[in-house]
Design a protein around this ligand. Structure first.
Ligand code: FAD
Length: 548
């Protein structure tokens, strides 16, 4: 084997978390080598929803529009619809805007949905391709078909070995940091000996236990079923429950059905898989199966630590969700956003010791919060078995469908209108947040109260010139200068600390009232670090925010 090559950051795993981290680091001039054992980005659709906060981060990096153009056609409805079977009775439908409507509507929204971006319904397989291209364009080196097989922390570095999956080559590396973004069966987490805490395999009628996934092409689906197109289709019956997301709006779908107790995926033939799909549809329909896999729903697991020393874990390696609410992928992306600027600061020598430690503190708390929310959403759907008469063409059947429809409609509002979960994540108690003695707003899943109380997302506003407030922020630190207090001490202290700080005074009606202070310090990951009316303690504030 050749002598060990040196790399600042080695990332194991090129899912959304690893790719986003590669972007965050390489845009900051940090050298990255990412290895992933697959031949390329994921073939399977996987996650289906990019939440609004994730879209805001894609906007910060300049590619939200590219993501919004992906997936279904711009006018394809993104409704969530519930059926006894896809071709049977429609029980409930929650209407949501198409991609084109979302783009047009966002500028007119206020309150809970005051945001730079609305959610976008798009399969992870399309998102990953963009993330890969952005990471490579920023200078990250991506090695597909390679896996991490060994690592150890030694003398201020991490030594590691990577191996081509075909066994043709092996390389030794020395990295300043190693990040395990290597998914649910994380080799990095296992070797560190970090366990998951929380609950696993919670048995439910739905969204608990083994699920069988089919990626399929069924171009005649909408001709065969007598209902308007939707993005998410969910069956509710006493036989076998399923959900199915439209992938491209042209007949490709991601179908997931619950396996019954004692049913083993290894014994499922292609004919049997097709039969499962037809049962969910409720009538024969031609479909081509593109891939099949099995996975477990019902996890609410968070790692007991997010790393040790120079080795960190992120994404599914650090937390595992049940898919209700679509939080797994989005939480994984936000881990990368949080870790990216902190690692870059550590490598540039401007971070104090608490900065990297704060990654696990902040993201651990968020992961526990988000897995608990996903679990509640899964309980609402999965602990309500369908009554036996639901599919009967009788008055009792009709009454059961009405009652089920009311419950499912209320559930859909709870699961798919979640500005509180999306925007309300906070880092209270973090060592690098400077509290101001005010209380944060209540944490509620379906309502978000904009607040500049340090530790949360900066409240959004549209500026007089039509831009999003976030578009006025600097690429790293931002000081919002909204009143008479002098910003000068912050500019001077930032320069002395080697921090890239942009002072901005954007014009928007009511902005000072929204933020309630003259000066507001915003972190590179768009979280409020401090606010006040006096810059006298600027150097101390910046020192704390940088972990000194
Ligand atoms: C069938 C299915 C459906 C899903 N549906 C949803 C959904 O609807 N909503 C939602 O939010 N989430 C969903 N998820 C979960 C979502 O896909 C994950 O939360 C998300 O992919 C996590 O991203 P990640 O980057 O942390 O991990 P991953 O995407 O798992 O990426 C980890 C990568 O690391 C690679 N790897 C592993 N070990 C090594 C190694 N030793 N060396 C190199 N590479 C390695 C893996 O091949 C993989 O590419 C679904 C997942 C599956 C499997």
């Amino acid at each position: 084997m050749e002598a060990a090559a040196r790399v600042p950051v080695l990332i194991a795993g090129g899912g959304p978390c690893g790719l986003m981290l590669a972007i965050e680091l390489s845009r900051r001039g940090i050298g990255v080598l990412l290895v992933d054992d697959k031949p390329g980005t994921t073939f399977n659709p996987q996650a289906n929803a990019t939440q609004a906060r994730t879209m805001e981060h894609y906007r910060r990096l300049g590619f939200a529009d590219e993501i919004r153009a992906l997936g279904m056609p711009p006018d394809y409805p993104t409704d969530i619809a519930y059926f006894t079977r896809f071709a049977g009775h429609e029980l409930a439908r929650y209407r949501l805007p198409s991609a084109r409507e979302a783009r047009a509507r966002v500028a007119g929204l206020s309150g809970s949905w005051s945001a730079a971006e609305l959610p976008h319904r798009v399969s992870q397989k399309f998102v990953e391709r963009v993330l890969r291209a952005k990471a490579e364009a920023a200078g990250a080196k991506l090695l597909y078909g390679w896996r991490l097989v060994r690592f150890a922390e030694e003398e201020g570095a991490v030594s590691a070995e990577i191996e081509a999956v075909d066994g043709s080559a092996r390389r030794a590396l020395r990295a300043d940091y190693l990040v395990g973004a290597d998914g649910p069966r994380s080799f990095v987490r296992a070797l560190l000996g970090i366990r998951y805490g929380g609950s696993s395999r919670v048995p439910r009628d739905f969204m608990g236990g083994r699920m069988y996934a089919l990626y399929l092409r069924c171009p005649r689906f909408h001709e065969e079923v007598p209902h308007a197109p939707a993005w998410m289709h969910v069956t509710y019956n006493g036989d076998r429950r399923a959900f199915m997301a439209a992938v491209d709006g042209h007949g490709e779908f991601a179908f997931h059905t619950q396996l019954r107790d004692g049913e083993n995926e290894d014994g499922i033939t292609e004919a049997r898989a097709r039969d499962m799909f037809e049962h969910a549809v409720g009538r024969p329909v031609a479909a081509e199966i593109l891939s099949r896999s099995a996975w477990t729903a019902g996890h609410a697991l968070v790692a007991e630590g997010f790393g040790r020393g120079r080795v960190l874990i992120a994404g599914d390696a650090a937390h595992l969700f049940t898919p209700a609410g679509g939080l797994g992928y989005n939480t994984a992306v936000e881990d990368a956003v949080n870790l990216g600027w902190k690692l870059a600061s550590a490598l540039r020598g401007i971070a104090g010791p608490a900065l990297l430690e704060s990654y696990g503190v902040e993201r651990g708390a968020l992961a526990r919060r988000n897995t608990a929310y996903a679990r509640r959403l899964a309980d609402s759907l999965g602990y309500r078995p369908a009554p036996p008469e639901l599919e009967d063409e009788t008055p009792a059947g009709e009454a059961a469908r009405r009652e089920a429809g009311a419950h499912l409609e209320a559930h859909a509002r709870m699961e798919f209108n979640i500005p509180g979960i999306t925007f309300g994540g906070r880092y209270d108690g973090s060592p690098v947040i400077v509290p101001d003695g005010t209380a944060p707003p209540p944490d509620e899943p379906n309502r978000y109260e904009p607040s500049a109380c340090p530790g949360g997302r900066p409240p959004h506003a549209w500026l007089a010139d039509g831009r999003s407030l976030y578009d006025s922020f600097g690429p790293e630190w931002t000081l919002l200068h909204l009143g008479p207090a002098s910003a000068e001490p912050f500019a001077r202290a930032a320069e002395a600390a080697g921090m890239d700080l942009r002072v901005v005074s954007p014009e928007a009606e009511g902005l000072r009232d929204l933020y309630q202070r003259d000066l507001v310090l915003i972190r590179p990951d768009h979280m409020v670090a401090w606010r006040g009316n006096d810059a006298g303690a600027a150097a101390a504030v910046l020192a704390r925010a940088m972990g000194h």
